[in-house]
Design a binder for this molecule. Structure first.
Ligand code: SF4
Length: 699
């Protein structure tokens, strides 16, 4: 009886804390997590269902966020038990937020149950750079921005305007807190694991669950421990850690796991470096990635005006914000898998082209480029994005740029050099500290604080772009699926650290190895680049940036949300018809998909991003990236299985539409990684909107 009362009491206290974001409301920038409550809940779970066994960090955070531990009778089993969780926060980017908000509007709630933020980052096209591109995005997406802003005002959501920054960077700077649980409608949400947060990328419907105080369900993940030892060498960076991990695990190796880092190597990494590593954990299919609370996290929290969180976290470092000592002492006993990485042995690497797990160490890159017939010439070098635009990243890359410009060198002829700052704070700090000048001094264009080329919003004009020709680009981004960046399926895209990207920009060649090769200065004299140097944090603190890029915090419960019935960008939702309870009969196989089928294949980005709030229009891209196993792998081509329907052979959305209009139910047979990626919401809704009643997938 006493135990049950305690559970009920804790549940009530927790629900109150979640709903209000502690005492400061859902728009709070950063409230101090209630670590006493998390610990209390964790201890209750330990004593009731976990037999007081040692726990990993990820398990601690998950079990401290169980919605109702009192209803559980046994320990969760990885891969079997569904955990019902109470997330602390939700973050959404502008492309996925549209559909989530359209759904949340159907809930009838007056405000979101947990603190929520919306970040306008995906719809800004990179073209002329910075403010000009933001201004153009207002022209092209005003309707979307005004819809999201009005919804934010109505429901008490923090609204970050276009130009303010990229969702994951802004979350790291403002909202991430060690030991808390966040859902984000974007697959690189795990970036916040660099600050010890369990941050999980989900579809909009999951986010709406959390926003509506419905327990969020997650199949209990396995926990993969990555043991980091030693310290990175001068040319290696945190990016090289995750490039190597991706090379070891492949794009499927992390599926069903939380990747948890531990070991003495953790304390040698910056908080933002750990965020880079967690960010790209999405590329191995992991549920999320997380680091234990470390001194660099405390330094970062203080530098971003969150000393209160650092002080509270310091107190709970051993008990709640890291794995139990038994786990660290005997990892193979407690982690489901263990990966060993000696940081001192890591060399810079390149992953790609076309897949983020094809890893080539720098020392093998020259010969591999020749052996594979990759285009050696680098047409564009891109740094920044949510993955790599920390002060450390940019200051290290700038140190190379300064070495070059002091010898009169600029980026190689024919190589475009673009910089995407992750936030206004980073951009302003970069400008104040001369980093921007160092980049511009060698010919860089600084783009808006937005996703830009990373999400395919890249207008490579005719004069500069190599059109559909084969060409190589090197970026510090995280994804490199074919055609993702510039829409050109013949662009070979390699992922690398900002330092390696900078070296590629200066040399204009993939085969250039800055560790061993020499550049020629303006007088033709050879010189070698010294290893990059930078600072973890700005010595003078972060610059605040411009006021127009501060978040809008303006709760207006009576605000009307505008949706024009004639709009081509937004469309109110109607509920799908529920299943009638009968078996499916006469279901046609629309397509048997060959190979991987991520959300990029099911709901392509690029030019389609503008329809994210209009299900009917967006459905015209359904499965257009899918290869049809029944037609020799032809992409977006199927035969109509119903005699008399037109087209007899056509694109997947056209044939699907003909089935739907004729009342013919259809299904998809898929291979592996079906639906993995950022656009899960749409990847689920679009086929159903077109009449799909089933997807059968290998994984
Ligand atoms: Fe934007 Fe690229 Fe980061 Fe996604 S991965 S949030 S597209 S910068």
């Amino acid at each position: 009886m006493f135990r049950q009362q305690a559970i009920r009491s804790i549940s009530r206290r927790y629900a109150t804390a979640s709903a209000t974001g502690t005492s400061t409301g859902p728009q709070a920038r950063a409230s101090v997590p209630d670590y006493a409550l998390f610990s209390e809940r964790l201890n209750l779970a330990r004593s009731t269902i976990l037999e007081n066994k040692p726990l990993t960090l990820a398990q601690k955070i998950l079990y401290a966020h169980l919605h109702d531990v009192g209803s559980m009778t046994s320990a969760p089993v990885a891969g079997e038990t569904y955990l019902k969780l109470s997330p602390d926060r939700v973050a959404m980017q502008d492309a996925s937020a549209q559909m989530a908000i359209l759904q949340f509007m159907l809930s009838g709630m007056a405000q979101t149950a947990v603190p929520t933020s919306i970040h306008c980052d995906h719809l800004v096209e990179a073209y002329k750079g910075g403010d000009l591109d933001v201004a153009r995005s207002w022209q092209s997406s005003r309707e979307i921005y005004e819809f999201l802003q009005a919804a934010s005002q109505k429901y008490g959501i923090a609204f970050w305007r276009p130009g303010s920054g990229i969702i994951h960077q802004l979350v790291l700077e403002n909202y991430a807190a060690p030991g808390t649980l966040m859902l984000g409608t974007d697959s690189h949400t795990p970036n916040a694991g660099g600050l010890g947060m369990l941050a999980i990328g989900v579809g909009g419907a999951d986010a709406v669950d959390a926003m509506a105080a419905i327990p969020w369900e997650l199949k209990a993940p396995g926990i993969m421990g990555v043991h980091l030892r030693g310290k990175l060498s001068a040319w290696a960076s945190p990016k090289d850690v995750i490039l190597a991990v991706a090379g070891k695990l492949s794009v499927r190796g992390g599926t069903g796991f939380v990747v948890e880092y531990f070991g003495d190597g953790v304390d040698s990494l910056s908080c933002t470096g750990m965020a880079t590593i967690c960010n790209m954990g999405a590329e191995v299919g992991a549920t999320t990635s997380v680091f234990p609370y470390a001194p660099s996290m405390a330094r970062y929290l203080r530098a971003t005006q969150r000393t209160g969180i650092a002080e509270a976290a310091d107190t709970y470092r051993a008990s709640y914000l890291s794995a139990d000592t038994e786990v660290v002492a005997d990892p193979s006993r407690y982690y489901d898998e263990v990966v060993e990485i000696d940081l001192a042995q890591l060399e810079p690497g390149y992953n790609g082209p076309f897949t983020p797990d094809l890893h080539t160490p720098r020392s093998k890159m020259t010969e591999t480029t020749q052996a594979e017939g990759w285009t050696d010439r680098v047409s564009a070098a891109l740094i920044g994005s949510c993955t790599n635009s920390s002060y450390q990243d940019l200051s290290r890359a700038a140190s190379l740029a300064r070495q070059a410009s002091s010898r009169g060198l600029r980026v190689a002829e024919g190589t475009e050099f673009l910089v995407s700052p992750g936030s206004e704070q980073i951009r302003a700090t970069m400008e104040r500290d001369g980093i921007q000048a160092a980049f511009e001094g060698i010919g860089a264009t600084v783009l808006a604080n937005a996703c830009g080329p990373c999400i395919g919003q890249w207008n490579r004009d005719a004069g500069r772009a190599p059109s559909r020709e084969s060409n190589s680009i090197v970026s510090s981004f995280n994804r490199n699926f074919r055609a993702r960046n510039d829409g050109n399926p013949n662009t070979l895209n390699f992922l690398a650290s900002p330092e390696m990207v900078l070296a590629a920009a200066l040399s204009g060649r993939l085969s250039f190895n800055p560790l061993t090769d020499k550049l020629r200065d303006a007088d033709g004299k050879e010189f070698a680049l010294e290893p990059p140097v930078g600072s973890e944090l700005p010595a003078e603190g972060y610059a605040a940036g411009r006021d127009e890029y501060k978040p809008l915090l303006d709760h207006q419960p009576d605000r009307q949300i505008p949706i024009d019935p004639a709009s081509q960008r937004l469309q109110s939702l109607d509920a799908f018809k529920p299943w009638n309870g009968r078996d499916f009969a006469d279901t046609r196989v629309l397509v048997t998909v060959q190979g991987k089928c991520t959300t990029d294949h099911i709901s392509a980005a690029g030019k389609w991003l503008k329809y994210k709030g209009h299900l009917e229009n967006l459905a015209r891209n359904t499965l257009i990236g899918a290869a049809n196993a029944a037609m020799d792998g032809a992409v977006n081509l199927v035969r109509n299985a119903v005699p008399g329907l037109t087209p007899a052979e056509g694109t997947i959305p056209d044939v699907a539409t003909s089935y739907r209009d004729a009342g013919v139910p259809w299904m998809v047979i898929a291979d592996y990684n079906y639906g993995e990626g950022s656009a899960r919401e749409h990847a689920a809704m679009q086929p159903r909107f077109l009449g799909c009643n089933m997807v059968v997938a290998r994984s």
